[in-house]
Every structure is written in C-alpha cells, then in structure tokens.
Design a protein around this ligand. Structure first.
Ligand SMILES: CC(C)(COP(=O)(O)OP(=O)(O)OC[C@H]1O[C@@H](n2cnc3c(N)ncnc32)[C@H](O)[C@@H]1OP(=O)(O)O)[C@@H](O)C(=O)NCCC(=O)NCCS
Length: 392
C-alpha cells in the first residue's frame, strides 16, 4: 500500500531557511540590494572588484583597500600548468559549464589554504576563485579551438581581461565597461538555487571549492543560469521565422516556456533586466546589429501581452533575457553566456559560503537537514517481505 501525502511548499517557495546580511530582494517592487546598496546605484557607479569586495566584506572599500584587493585579483589570476594539461585532454565538444565544474576541484588541488578553516583563509580562497574562474573559462575556449591560453594582462580591468583572454584582442573601453557592469548585476541574488547549493554543501564543513563546484552545477540548469544560452538559441531559431508573434503564442499555448521570462521571486520587471535592456539597444546601434534588439523587444512585447491576456501579469523579462543579446552583440559565443554568469556569481557564492561557515548572520553554523514526506511503497513499520530473486 503506498502512502499518499501531499507535499507542502513545493520548491521551497516562500520558505525562509536562514538569515543573511548579504543581499535582499523585494520581488513585488523589483528591488535588489547588496549589503544595503541598490543594484542600480552599484551598476552605475561601482566596478566588479569593488562590488565583490562589498559582498565579501560587508562594506565599500577605501581607495587603499580596493587597490590591494584588485591587486590581489591580478596576482592570483594564474593557473597552474597541470590545470591546462587536464583541460587539453578533455573532449573538445565538452560544454564549458561542465568543464568549469570539473575545473573548480582542479584549482582546489593546489590551493595552500584548502583545509584551513579560518575566515582569512576562506577570504583568500574566495579571491583566488574570483581571479581564476575567468582564466579557466577563457582557457577552455581557446583550447577547444586549438589555441594556447593567454596570460592575464595587468593593464586591463578584470572584465577587460576576460575578453582579452578569450579572443587575444584588447577590448575597447566601452565593451570592457559594459561587461564589468554585467558582472556587477549578476554578482549576487539571495537564496537562488546555486547559492543554496553552495550553502548546503559547505554547511557539512566541506571546503569552499566543493561548495562552488555544486554551485556551478546548479547554475548550469536552463531554469537558472542556463537560461541566457537558451534565450539566444531561441532568438537564433526564430530570427527568420515569418510569423514570430504566432510562434510565441503557440509556444505559450502549448505549455512551453519562453526562456528569459518569469521569475520565482520577482512579480514585476527584474531590476537587472531594466538595466540590460537599454544596454542592448545602445550596443545594437553602435554595432549595427539592431536586428537582435528589435527581435528581443518583439519577443518581450508579444509574450507579455499574451501572458497578460491569460491573467499571468507577473511574467516579465528576467536578467537572462537581455544579457543574452548583450553578450551575443559583444561577439561572445552563446555557450559561454552561463560561464560569464558564474565568473560574476562566484563573488556572491563565496560570500554566502563564508557567511554560512562562520555563522555570520545567525547564532551558529548549522548543518542543513530538511525533511521529506515519504509517499513511496509502504508495508508498515516492519517493512515489506523480501522475496528471493528466483521467486520474483
Ligand atoms: C524562472 C521560473 C522557473 C520561475 O517560475 P515559478 O515562479 O517557479 O513558476 P512556474 O515555473 O511554476 O510557472 C508558473 C506558471 O507560469 C508559467 N510560466 C512561468 N514562466 C514562464 C515562461 N517563461 N514561459 C511560459 N510560461 C511560463 C508556467 O508554465 C506556469 O503555468 P501554469 O500555472 O499554467 O502551469 C519560470 O518563470 C521559468 O521557467 N522561466 C523560464 C526560464 C528562465 O528564464 N529562467 C531564468 C530565471 S532567472
């Protein structure tokens, strides 16, 4: 006899699992705050290294502190040869998110602080991860194309370096600035699936790299960070579609998702998307690529109208909807969109791991151990009778 018990709180929606001092979302008003600062303010005035410092340490750095932190990132943006040797042995068609997830434990193996459970050691590991994730992503892209990885260029910004490491060409200032802004926008987002994965893993006292590796895996899914790649695949699929509106309506009618729309927390426009939309328009004009901007806007308009017609007024563009055309217009291959999300979110993941490990927002660190309702096969507390193999 099977038990039938309904599960409450499917997907943990609305369930508070911890206190945090790192970020805050008001999903109804479309507000995102890192350590007290509105995302709009940071996107306009901060830089990714400064935002990463803010997330890690809880306050905006002084000029000297920022200089030291940014200098540390430059110093640590070096990957040991064995990492490149391992990447060179991987199948060339491997997905960059799988490679990144495999790359994180590779980086762990030469980190001298790996099993030092002090806060300062965890901050040093966080700085190395922030510095090295872009190096691994870019190196993989070059290796899969038969090219040698490049060394970090001290004269460029962190975002500029990613573009340089990827292409071997120095990016123009505006493109590097735009990418830096994208990194600021993606750096944290409270208890999303990948951050929760990181916090769950490190609550067992596993080291930071194990937790980050879990975060990369969670981020790769198409309902989470993987959505930006899926948005671009959709735009490329429908670019020559004679009836784009009809295609969208049919997609919604048949219960298919329009990628980049909707959010588990925002019931209005995602504040990050509000920032990326004008960036896409500006890039499209500057690069003569208006087609992609127009297409994105058409998909947004048609989908939102169709959702409104169905009474689902809360389904609006999220961060992935406009980051996809932005990266595409920057010339970045679409399967690197989610790794870019990761090279930004690493700042948030590490901050959450430190907060979790050191109980910085609650009384003491606690192992996550939720419960589930058992609704499977059940023959009473004595258990079902085991029948030998030949008798089954
Ligand atoms: C992000 C997401 C999983 C959050 O959804 P959620 O709040 O958990 O809600 P659900 O997925 O259960 O969706 C609720 C309803 O809205 C619909 N819906 C939500 N987002 C939709 C979308 N992008 N396209 C079509 N329908 C959507 C669902 O089909 C569901 O309809 P139903 O009630 O008739 O079954 C969802 O909006 C989604 O899958 N979006 C596309 C993927 C994406 O962009 N992910 C990145 C998030 S930053």
């Amino acid at each position: 006899m099977a038990q039938t018990v309904s599960v409450k709180n499917i997907g943990l929606r609305g369930v508070t699992v911890a206190d945090t001092k790192i970020s805050f979302i008001d999903g109804n008003q479309g507000i995102l705050i890192y350590r007290g600062y509105r995302i709009e303010e940071l996107a306009e005035r901060s830089t990714f290294p400064e935002t990463a410092f803010l997330l890690l340490h809880g306050y905006l750095p002084s000029t000297e502190e920022l200089k030291v932190f940014a200098g540390k990132i430059v110093e640590e943006a070096v990957v040991e040869d064995y990492v490149y040797d391992c990447l060179k042995k991987l199948p060339k068609e491997s997905n960059p998110m799988d490679v990144l997830q495999a790359g994180v434990p590779l980086l762990a193996m030469s980190d001298p602080d790996l099993y030092d459970e002090s806060r300062s050691a965890n901050v040093r590991m966080a700085t190395r991860l922030i510095a090295r994730l872009p190096v691994v992503v870019a190196a993989w892209h070059r290796i899969r194309n038969g090219l040698e990885p490049l060394p970090y260029d001290k004269a460029l910004t962190h975002a500029g370096n990613f573009l340089w490491l990827l292409t071997g060409q120095k990016p123009d200032e505006q493109t590097a600035k735009d990418l830096d802004c994208c990194l600021v926008l993606h750096a944290d987002h409270t208890f999303n699936a990948s951050t929760f994965a990181c916090r769950g893993v490190c609550s067992t006292r596993a080291h930071m790299y194990s937790a980050v590796s879990a975060g990369v895996g969670a981020l790769s899914g198409s309902l989470h960070g993987g959505a930006n790649t899926k948005v671009m695949e959709m735009l490329l699929k429908i670019e020559n579609e004679p009836d784009i509106e009809g295609w969208i309506k049919n997609q919604i009618e048949s219960g298919q998702k329009i990628m980049g729309l909707g959010h588990a927390v925002y019931k209005t426009m995602d504040p990050r998307a509000k920032f990326l939309r004008p960036m896409a328009t500006r890039l499209a004009k500057a690069r003569n690529m208006e087609k992609w901007d127009n297409l994105s806007k058409l998909v947004e308009k048609t989908s939102v109208e169709e959702f409104n017609r169905r009474g689902k007024t809360e389904i609006m563009p999220n961060v992935d909807f406009y980051s996809a055309p932005v990266y595409f217009m920057m010339g970045i291959p679409k399967d690197l969109f989610t790794p870019i999300f990761a090279i930004s979110r690493i700042a948030g993941w590490c901050s959450h791991i430190i907060e979790e490990k050191f109980g910085e927002a609650q009384e003491k660190p606690m192992l996550y151990r939720p419960q589930a309702e058992y609704v499977g096969n059940y023959c009473g507390l004595m258990g079902c009778e085991y029948s030998p193999l030949p008798e089954r």
